[in-house]
Design a protein around this ligand. Structure first.
Ligand SMILES: *Cc1c(COP(=O)(O)O)cnc(C)c1O
Length: 470
C-alpha cells in the first residue's frame, strides 16, 4: 500500500514511511492511495472471529507487505491482550435498538489506547528493523499523554518524554503518567500551561540539529496508523449487530475527527454503515460545518468533556481531501484560507454528497449533565463519562427526529471510563465512579516525575541527558 499527502507535494511513502513520518513534509496528512475493498463474503467470513483476528484481516492490506504476517499478528495480539475485557471493546445494549460500544477497557481507560497500544509496538518494530532509536516527545492536557506512555513503556528502541502543565491535570491523569516505572518513560511537569507545553514541543521540533541528533518523533493524532487501528471496532460492532447484512449507524463523540474518520474508512472499504453522526460539545466547529458547509474557527471554551475542546479538527483535512476529488491543490487553498481568513466554505454539491453519510449534532453543558443523570437513573446506576454523554445526547436527538429509523441499530461510542472524570460524574449523579479493580491501587503506587521550568534550554538539556544513547 502506498500513501499520499492531502496537500499533494510530499513524497509518496509506504506504510513504514508514514508510520515514522507522522505529518507529511508539505504540512498535509497521509492517506492510503486507494481504499482496500472487502466483499460482503469477506466481512461475513469474519463473524465469530476474535477481536485480534479481525484486526489482523482489516489491518493487513494497509500494511501492504511492510510487516511479515507473523510479526503483525503477534503485535496485534499483544496490544489487545492488555485490555481488561475479553471482547476488548464490548457492546452493551442501552435501548430497544440502541447500543454503547465500550472502547475504554485499555490501560488508561480511554479509547486512545486502542490505537496507541498498537502504535507503540509498530514503532518499536520499525525502529529495530532499521537499527534506529527514536525520542518521542508530546504535550498533554491529560489523556493522550498517558495513553502514549502506556503504548511506549518498556519498548527497546525508544524513549518517551511527556510534558503536562504542572498542577493542572487531574490526580488520576497525573498518576497514570507518573506511576509508570519503566526506565524509558519520563513524565515532565512543566511550570506553565498546556499551551506552554505545546509551544515547547513545537520549539523542540523546530531545532533541526537537536531534532536530528535525538531522532525526535511524535505520536500525535494525525498519525495514519492511529486511524487505521480504529477502523477495526467499527467492523466488530457491525458484525455483532448483523452486519454486513444490516447497516448500523454510529454516533461518535468527536474532537480532532480521528475516531469518526476511522468509521468513514470502514465505509470506504465496503462495510455497510447507514450514518456516521458527529457529536460535539459546545466547541462545535464540526457541527456548524455539517449544517452550513462553512468551516470557521471559533475560540476554545472549556467543558466537562475536555478531550473534545478543540478549535480546529486536525483529521478533518483527510475528509476534505476526498470531498475535493483528492486534489492536493484545492486542499492547500482551503488550508491557507483557514490560516489567513479563519475559515472557508465548501461547495453545496460537496456538502450534499458528504451529508449522505454524515450527520452532526451538539450537546451543551446542561444537556450533557442531564444525560449523565438520565443514563445513571435509566441504567440502574450505570455511570458514563461526559464525552460519552455528549454522544448519547446527540444519538437520542437523531432517533427523535427519525433521522435514524427505529429498525437501524444505533451505536454510540463510549470513549472513556467514567472513573477518568470523577468530579463531573459525581456532580451530576451524586455517585463517585470507582476505578476498575486492576487500577484500584493507583493512588498507592509511587510517583516519579520531574518538575521543569518553562525554559527551552532546560527542557532540551533534560531530554539530551536522559535519553538512552547508542
Ligand atoms: C480524544 C478523545 C475524544 C475525541 O476523539 P477524536 O478522535 O479527537 O475525535 C473523545 N473522547 C475522549 C475521551 C477522548 O480522549
Amino acid at each position: 500500500m502506498r500513501y499520499v499527502s492531502t496537500r499533494g507535494q510530499a513524497p509518496v511513502l509506504d506504510f513504514e514511511g508514514v508510520l515514522l513520518a507522522g505529518l507529511a513534509t508539505d504540512g498535509g496528512l497521509y492517506v492510503p492511495e486507494s481504499w482496500p475493498q472487502f466483499s460482503m463474503a469477506d466481512w461475513r467470513a469474519m463473524r465469530g472471529l476474535s477481536y485480534a483476528e479481525i484486526a489482523f484481516r482489516v489491518i493487513k492490506p494497509f500494511v501492504g507487505g511492510s510487516i511479515p504476517d507473523a510479526d503483525l499478528k503477534r503485535m496485534i495480539e499483544e496490544a489487545y491482550g492488555t485490555f481488561g475485557h475479553k471482547a476488548v471493546v464490548p457492546l452493551r445494549q442501552s435501548g430497544d435498538n440502541d447500543w454503547v460500544l465500550e472502547l475504554f477497557h485499555g490501560p488508561t481507560l480511554a479509547f486512545k489506547d486502542v490505537a496507541l497500544q498498537l502504535l507503540g509496538r509498530l514503532f518499536d518494530w520499525a525502529l529495530a528493523r532499521s537499527g534506529r532509536r527514536a525520542t518521542i516527545v508530546g504535550a498533554t492536557s491529560g489523556d493522550t499523554g498517558s495513553a502514549a506512555i502506556e503504548g511506549c513503556r518498556g519498548r527497546a528502541n525508544l524513549d518517551i518524554f511527556i510534558m503536562f502543565p504542572n498542577g493542572r491535570v487531574s490526580d488520576v491523569q497525573r498518576r497514570q503518567m507518573t506511576t509508570v516505572a519503566d526506565k524509558n518513560v519520563y513524565a515532565i511537569a512543566l511550570e506553565g500551561t498546556f499551551d506552554d507545553a505545546q509551544s515547547m514541543v513545537k520549539a523542540l521540533f523546530a531545532d533541526a540539529p537537536f531534532r536530528d541528533s535525538v531522532g525526535l518523533t511524535a505520536v500525535n493524532s494525525i498519525n495514519w496508523a492511529r486511524v487505521m487501528a480504529q477502523i477495526v471496532y467499527y467492523v466488530t460492532a457491525s458484525l455483532s449487530l448483523g452486519g454486513p447484512d444490516r447497516a448500523p449507524a454510529f454516533c461518535v463523540p468527536s474532537g480532532n475527527f480521528g475516531d469518526i474518520f476511522a468509521g468513514y474508512c470502514a465505509a470506504k472499504m465496503g462495510l455497510p454503515i447507514s450514518k456516521l453522526i458527529v457529536a460535539t460539545n459546545r466547541n462545535d466547529i464540526l457541527t456548524r460545518f455539517f449544517a452550513s458547509g462553512e468551516y470557521r474557527k471559533g475560540g476554545v471554551e472549556p467543558t466537562i468533556s475536555p478531550s473534545m475542546d478543540i478549535q480546529v479538527a486536525s483529521n478533518f483535512e483527510r475528509l476534505l481531501f476526498d470531498m475535493h476529488g483528492r486534489d492536493g491543490a484545492q486542499i492547500r487553498k482551503l488550508m491557507s484560507d483557514l490560516d489567513q481568513n479563519g475559515g472557508f466554505t465548501v461547495s453545496p454539491n460537496a456538502l450534499a454528497e458528504t451529508r449522505q453519510l454524515f450527520a452532526a449534532g451538539k450537546a451543551d453543558e446542561a444537556a450533557t449533565k442531564a444525560m449523565l443523570k438520565t443514563a445513571f437513573e435509566a441504567g440502574n446506576g450505570l455511570l458514563v463519562d461526559p464525552h460519552t454523554a455528549v454522544g448519547l445526547v446527540v444519538a437520542a436527538a437523531q432517533r427523535k427526529t427519525g433521522a435514524v429509523p427505529a429498525e437501524t441499530p444505533l451505536v454510540t461510542l463510549a470513549t472513556a471510563d467514567a472513573a477518568k472524570f470523577p468530579d463531573a460524574v459525581k456532580a451530576a449523579t451524586g455517585r463517585h465512579p470507582a476505578l476498575p479493580p486492576r487500577m484500584a491501587d493507583l493512588f498507592e503506587r509511587p510517583e516519579r516525575q520531574t518538575v521543569l521550568k518553562n525554559d527551552f534550554a532546560t527542557v532540551r538539556n533534560f531530554i539530551e541527558t536522559h535519553r538512552v544513547k547508542v
